[in-house]
Design a protein around this ligand. Structure first.
Ligand SMILES: *[C@@H]1O[C@H](CO)[C@@H](O)[C@H](O)[C@H]1NC(C)=O
Ligand SMILES: *[C@@H]1O[C@H](CO)[C@@H](O)[C@H](O)[C@H]1NC(C)=O
Ligand SMILES: *[C@@H]1O[C@H](CO)[C@@H](O)[C@H](O)[C@H]1NC(C)=O
Length: 367
């Protein structure tokens, strides 16, 4: 009996050692309402929230809230597809409480037929092309510099297969996703209070309107390769009008105020921009995101992603609306070979330690 007990203790210590920081876990749902179904009802609009608290030590002042990008869920930040601790673990190890959501109508947040709009799903080829094996497909400048994805990034590779199997369908329009995220995540902030918000890719489009709705609860925003550039599709869908409010599909408060986004005066900013998209900024004097002016922003872009082409335009727009933005291209701080899913790649710990976590520590202590 004793030796079995000891064996179990040793096994569980091993699990802790391999899978990161000891913590407590709870989950809950917020943002739901009941909608009629026949003579009964179904719950709709809610987000799944996973709340992790370090098992010991002094807690940091603000928790970190992760909102994942398109096709993904909160699992993105738990462990990496090759079984290493994820960014959530790093923050737990530093004393941060962590919240992870699955966006509404996605993953563990139920999609309700006849209530939610249609869904789309990324196929495996697209995922290899955009995220995991860009070096093989070479669709944009720097795609071949990608070296940090673990494994070969295509079907049949066990690490790719784990990653791809974790992906889920998403609502097909950013405007529906934007409205539903703003509703449910506002309800989340009303429940949990102040946070440091970390968005990735698509969810950046939802982070700005969330901060607009609850500016006092968002102490800082980290945006990893944010959805953009302003007003138009990126190099993957060039010349397609998008994000009419600048960097979102849902209304955001401007000063001087506008009631319709067509009131924004824009101009193409071509000087020094890379080809493949149009950088559209406001005409000066530009209107400001009046509610977000006190929220510091960090934008992080990898060396080999297609975001390297246009994230500077997104950052320029954010600065124009009055935000203080630190913009880090990973190669400029000696971190090479990453792509769009940098928080899962071989050097994910280095990125969080040297760039994202360091910045959050600094901003949290200033606020
Ligand atoms: C990736 O690895 C898998 C498993 O070994 C293999 O089946 C597949 O052909 C490899 N793909 C490429 C592009 O090398
Ligand atoms: C600005 O860019 C858009 C999109 O590429 C294009 O349709 C439009 O003609 C450009 N406007 C000017 C004034 O160059
Ligand atoms: C491509 O990589 C080089 C070398 O790190 C870097 O100087 C350049 O800014 C990158 N270009 C893009 C579009 O990301």
């Amino acid at each position: 009996m004793l030796s079995i007990g000891l064996f179990l203790i040793i096994c569980s210590l091993r699990v802790l050692a391999q899978h990161g920081t000891a913590h407590y876990r709870e989950y809950f749902y917020v943002g739901y309402s009941y909608v009629p179904q026949g003579d009964s009802s179904i719950a709709h609009g809610q987000v799944y929230v996973e709340h992790l608290t370090p098992a010991s030590g002094t807690l940091k002042k603000y928790p970190v809230l992760f909102v994942h990008g398109a096709g993904m869920t909160g699992t993105n930040f738990l462990n990496t597809p090759d079984g290493r601790p994820g960014w959530a673990d790093w923050f737990l190890s530093q004393g941060y409480e962590v919240y992870l959501v699955d966006q509404p109508a996605r993953g563990r947040s139920p999609w309700q037929q006849n209530v939610d709009g249609p869904q789309v799903m990324f196929d495996s080829t697209t995922v290899s092309q955009l995220f995991t094996a860009t070096q093989l497909l070479n669709l944009w400048p720097n795609a071949t510099l990608h070296t940090q994805w673990p494994g070969n990034g295509t079907v049949g590779d066990p690490i790719f297969d784990q990653f791809y199997a974790s992906m889920v369908p998403l609502l097909s329009t950013d405007s529906e996703s934007g409205q539903k995220n703003q509703h449910a995540l506002t309800a989340l902030l009303d429940k949990i209070g102040e946070v440091i918000l970390i968005t990735h890719s698509q969810s950046a489009l939802f982070g700005w309107p969330l901060a607009d709705a609850r500016p006092s609860f968002v102490k800082a925003i980290v945006t990893i390769e944010p959805g953009g550039p302003p007003f138009i599709g990126d190099t993957l869908s060039p010349n397609t009008p998008m994000h009419p409010w600048g960097l979102s599909e849902v209304p955001i408060t401007y000063d001087p105020p506008i009631t319709n986004p067509s009131e924004l005066q824009t101009a193409n900013d071509t000087e020094g921009r890379l080809p493949g998209y149009t950088c559209i900024l406001q005409k000066e004097p530009s209107r400001k995101w009046i509610n977000l002016l006190d929220i510091p922003v960090l934008t992080v872009t990898s060396e080999s992603s297609w975001h390297g082409i246009f994230d500077d335009c997104t950052v320029d727009f954010l600065r124009q609306v009055g935000l203080e933005v630190d913009f880090v291209r990973l190669q400029d701080v000696g971190i090479h070979g990453n792509g769009h899913m940098m928080f899962m790649e071989r050097n994910s710990d280095e990125i969080v330690e040297k760039v994202v976590g360091k910045w959050i520590d600094k901003k949290s202590s200033e606020r």
